[in-house]
Design a protein around this ligand. Structure first.
Ligand code: NAD
Length: 361
């Protein structure tokens, strides 16, 4: 089925991606314009972050929230969590438009969903914002540790990516030793910096790149990584490319240049076109760790918070990303399908199996 376009009718977009419910939240008093998308709740309540972004149009915001919420269904399914997939977007500039009243009003809309949707941070929102939402509803995670929450999920997300990298290294080289491997980390923000730390502790050769030059300088100095220009990273001959900035960095142009053996990073939606570029990487012999499989550490942290936070359990679930990635790579090799198709098959099978379990009241 072709991907839905922003110009398609709203219901045909929902049908095409399989969404269950979409809620439009409008409140002129606070300026709130938000969309909450609930993709699937077979495995549990739909959990997904709230993205605060200045979309160019309402159509673009709808398309983004539909795509992101579907990815959350797959992310939780493959991580073995009892959570469905959802996401929310607030339309606006998070640096200028965000107010306590707007966030609390948004919290009221979440409250009205009676637990069907639970939120957390995403691009443009932070733990302080979650505190405001928490004033109106219990259905929010990612609140600060001082409020009984699980705090910053980035170190856990980085650990998951690190486990995913190890699983890929094992697949290609027969052992999962990182020492001596070379890795390009693109985007050294919250997740990227923690990943650089883990890799350097293992004595990997690390190249770092960020559009923020000051950050590149700081992180390279702190961890003994080599700073490289963002324009030249695809010319570097390294074993692993780890995209930890924004999505769609893997496309027809960059695949032609890529010299690495493995791609494994935290950025969401790394492939510009999942089907086309997943297959291109398979044909070129580059091992791609699907981003939703190895970046599940953040949602695992949220899940843990809902279950009564335990650091030990969170670490265990995150370390399971190693096995989850191995299973995807094995299925991809056995059936000669792209790793993305393999991951989707595993996630869909778990959802369909659990649907059968739930058929008994
Ligand atoms: P962040 O905003 O802290 O860091 C992103 C970094 O990327 C920034 O330093 C920014 O300057 C840099 N950047 C932006 N565009 C770039 C470009 N074109 N080239 C190079 N650098 C660029 O974000 P984060 O929390 O570290 O998340 C990074 C990625 O991982 C995002 O795609 C996010 O959705 C995903 N992710 C994050 C978490 C989490 O817990 N934070 C969990 C799962 C997935």
């Amino acid at each position: 089925m072709p991907s839905p376009q922003p110009t398609d009718s709203i219901f045909s977009q929902l049908d095409a991606l399989g969404h269950k419910k979409v809620v439009f939240c409008s409140d002129p008093d606070t300026g709130l314009k938000a969309i909450i998308a609930i993709h699937d709740t077979t495995l549990g309540p739909a959990l997904g972050g709230t993205r605060y972004w200045a979309y160019r149009s309402e159509q673009e915001a709808l398309q983004d929230v539909l795509r992101l919420s579907k990815a959350m269904t797959y992310k939780s399914a493959i991580a073995g969590l009892n959570l469905g997939g959802g996401k929310a977007v607030i339309i606006g500039d998070s640096r200028k438009d965000k107010t306590e009243a707007l966030l609390r009003k948004f919290g009221r809309f979440i409250k009205n969903l009676n637990g069907e949707f639970i939120t957390a941070e995403d691009v443009g929102t932070n733990p302080r914002d979650m505190e405001y939402i928490r004033m109106e509803t219990q259905h929010v995670t990612g609140v600060p540790e001082s409020m009984g929450g699980s705090g910053d999920p980035a170190p856990i997300a980085a650990l998951g990516v690190y486990m995913g990298i190890k699983a890929c290294v094992k697949e290609l080289y027969g052992n999962d030793t990182i020492t001596g491997r070379s890795v390009i980390v693109q985007g050294i923000g919250h997740v990227g910096e923690h990943l650089v730390k883990l890799l350097r502790e293992d004595n990997a050769k690390v190249y770092v790149s960020d559009i923020n030059d000051e950050r590149t300088r700081q992180v390279s100095k702190k961890y003994g990584a080599e700073a490289v220009s963002n324009n030249t990273i695809f010319d570097i001959n390294a074993d692993i490319y780890s995209p930890c900035a924004l999505g769609a960095t893997i496309n027809t142009q960059t695949i032609a240049k890529l010299q690495c053996a493995i791609i494994a990073g935290s950025a969401n939606n790394q492939l510009q076109d999942e089907a086309v570029h997943g297959q291109m990487l398979l044909d070129k012999g580059i091992l791609f760790a699907p981003d939703y499989v190895i970046s599940a550490g953040g949602i695992i942290n949220c899940y843990s918070e809902l279950m009564g936070f335990s650091k030990k359990r969170t670490m265990q679930l995150t370390e399971n990303i190693y096995e989850a990635t191995r299973n995807v790579l094995k299925l991809s090799a056995a059936e000669k399908i792209s790793t993305v198709v393999a991951a989707n098959k595993i996630a869909e099978k778990r959802i369909s199996d659990i649907k059968k379990v739930k058929s008994t009241y």
